[in-house]
Design a protein around this ligand. Structure first.
Ligand SMILES: [Zn+2]
Ligand SMILES: [Zn+2]
Length: 352
């Protein structure tokens, strides 16, 4: 049986195709996809066909932030999942390598990640997924919110890596969905003040409603240009001290610079953004002199249950970040909107 899918065909081009309906194998379930979020990482693939050295190998169905209804369970898969709406943790680690066995499956080098090189993603009517990676969502949680659990889990992992302490001052570079979710989670973890910066005035204006106390309109161009003003602003807000914890949630090389420059002596910087470059400049002398703790964030690590709990109680507001919704037929438009930062978009979702 054929199903509809939106397939990346070439840079800037997504086309509607028909593809074979997948069949759940042992331990897998069949998910009727209801909602797929458009991620910043998808936009790198959409525009350039690559993220750093990770290149799409040919036409590929993108999409990894997804939720849907389980319609069938394969052999050995938990049959009680059938009929449930689930948030799906997209990556499938090998389970056998040293990193998987030592509890760091998020850096598994054999990870099968849908919507990336060689693996079709969720922008199609049906997906199969391992039953163990499907998390039933509480009654009343919409599919669009359930799909947002994926980026929200990234934010939860980001903040967990920062080892935030009550009363810490926080700075977030980049106020897109990941940055705004990170700001909210930091607040939940006891941040006394959350500052942020973004290049887009709509995002600066929206930030206050999403957990940021004060946001700065940044300019691009590295420390010799726009980034310097952001650092000066943050230092003016923190009495010349810098922030205890900083986060890079941008898609630019500047985000790394700004996050590291804004951290106080012996502070911590967590780098979650994806610049798309294979190599980025790092301010080594600032990092060394201040003795910064610098940590990169790779996706998430066992964060779905906690993230679902935060979203279910409303303590973490993920729903209001979904500003635009498109049908599958208009996936190209959804991607173009996000790529253009048009119409005040935060998260665009494709809803079936
Ligand atoms: Zn994502
Ligand atoms: Zn592994």
């Amino acid at each position: 049986m054929k199903i509809k899918a939106a397939q990346w065909a070439a840079p800037g081009q997504i086309r509607l195709i028909e593809t074979e309906k997948p069949v759940p194998g042992p331990g897998e379930v069949l998910v009727r996809v209801e909602s797929v979020g458009v991620c910043g990482s998808d936009i790198h693939y959409f525009l350039h066909g690559r993220i750093g050295e990770n290149r799409l190998k040919g036409p590929t169905i993108l999409g990894h932030e997804y939720a849907g209804i389980v319609e069938a369970a394969g052999e050995g898969a938990d049959p009680s999942l059938v009929g449930r709406r689930v948030a799906v943790e997209p990556g499938i680690p090998c389970g056998a390598c040293e990193w998987c066995r030592s509890g760091r499956y998020n850096v598994c080098e054999g990870m099968v990640f849908p919507g990336g090189p060689g693996v079709d993603g969720a922008l199609r009517e049906y997906m199969v997924a391992p039953a163990g990676r499907c998390f039933p969502v509480p009654a009343g949680m919409t599919a669009a919110v359930a799909a947002m659990i994926e980026p929200a889990a990234v934010a939860v992992h980001t903040v967990e890596l920062a080892r935030l302490r009550p009363g810490d001052t926080v700075f977030v570079a980049g106020l897109g969905p990941i940055g705004l979710l990170t700001a909210q989670v930091a607040r939940l973890c006891g941040a006394a003040a959350v500052y942020g910066a973004d290049l887009y005035p709509e995002r600066v204006a929206a930030a206050r409603a999403h957990g940021v106390d004060e946001a700065f309109q940044a300019a691009p161009g590295g420390m010799a240009a726009g980034a310097r003003a952001t650092v000066d602003w943050l230092f003016s807000r923190t009495g010349g001290r810098g922030a205890d914890v900083t986060f890079d949630c941008t898609n630019s090389s500047d985000g790394i610079l700004v996050a590291m420059h804004c951290a106080r002596p012996a502070g911590r910087a967590v780098l979650t953004g994806i610049s798309g470059a294979e190599e980025d400049p790092v301010p080594v002398s600032v990092a060394r002199r201040r003795g910064l703790g610098v940590q990169w964030c790779r996706r998430f690590l066992n964060n779905y249950p906690a993230t679902l709990a935060l979203a279910a109680t409303g303590r973490l507001d993920v729903g209001s970040l979904v500003t635009h919704s498109f049908p599958l037929e208009r996936t190209q438009e959804a991607f173009q909107l996000v790529a253009d930062y048009a119409d005040g978009v935060l998260k665009a979702s494709v809803d079936f």
